[in-house]
Ligand binder design. Structure first.
Ligand code: A4P
Ligand code: MG
Length: 183
């Protein structure tokens, strides 16, 4: 079977609910990583699964991970593919930030930035979230955020040292950053 190469995406995975077949949130993420290696997507790297304190109203701890995925899908179709996997895992849309069996977010895309009504890439909040940056920096330390110009290792170091981030340069696309070769 041919490789569906085209674009690379950095995808964040989160779960804080059990699944009747896959078990606890770690089991859910392991199964989700397998799902990312089927169909229109290929899994290139997966970060070790971490346990994290919930941000927001949910009381249950999360399992989080990150994956590098290749696909021929452009960003809106990639979002639709991720939502289809979430649905397969029984995700129901409910309260924002409510407990969920599986959350798959697009964090970075090697094509740079994407803005539409339903999709914002890079993900709006990833620079302030350790549960995204820690796993992501393990698998793609040199992948550069096209908005701030910092790579994931730098963003993670800045977050853990609580250094302020420079103001995002909204609307400025850096065409030469974030390519696969930057890992
Ligand atoms: N959307 C826009 N941009 C994107 C993108 N880059 N990737 C839109 C994915 N979706 C994107 O997301 C809501 C809508 O955002 C989507 O329909 C899509 O059109 P959602 O997944 O349906 O709902 P959500 O996840 O409840 O909202 P949101 O704002 O995505 O929340 P987050 O940012 O995913 O945060 N604490 C810990 N420790 N670990 C976690 O993983 N996750 C959350 C959810 C809260 N607290 C957490 C964790
Ligand atoms: Mg989400």
């Amino acid at each position: 079977m041919s490789e569906p190469r085209g674009s690379l995406y950095l995808v964040a995975l989160g779960s804080n609910m059990r699944h009747r077949r896959h078990g606890d949130p770690r089991g859910v993420l392991r199964a989700a990583l397998k799902a990312l290696s089927r169909g229109a997507t290929r899994l290139h790297a997966a970060a070790p699964i971490v346990s994290s304190r919930p941000l927001g109203p949910s009381h249950r701890r999360y399992a989080n991970s990150a994956a590098i995925v290749s696909t021929a899908l452009p960003p809106p179709a990639m979002l639709a593919a991720l939502k289809a996997i979430e649905r397969d895992f029984g995700r129901r849309r409910g309260r924002r930030w409510g407990a969920r069996v599986l959350d798959l977010d697009i964090i970075l895309w090697d094509g740079g930035q994407w803005r539409s009504r339903d999709l914002c890439v890079p993900h709006r909040d990833f620079r302030t979230r350790g549960f995204v940056l820690a796993p992501a920096a393990r698998i793609a330390p040199r992948w550069r955020d096209p908005v701030t110009g910092h790579n994931l290792l730098e963003l993670h170091a800045r977050l853990t040292r609580r250094l302020p981030l420079p103001r995002p340069a909204h609307g400025r696309a850096h065409s030469s950053v974030g390519r696969a070769t930057d890992f």
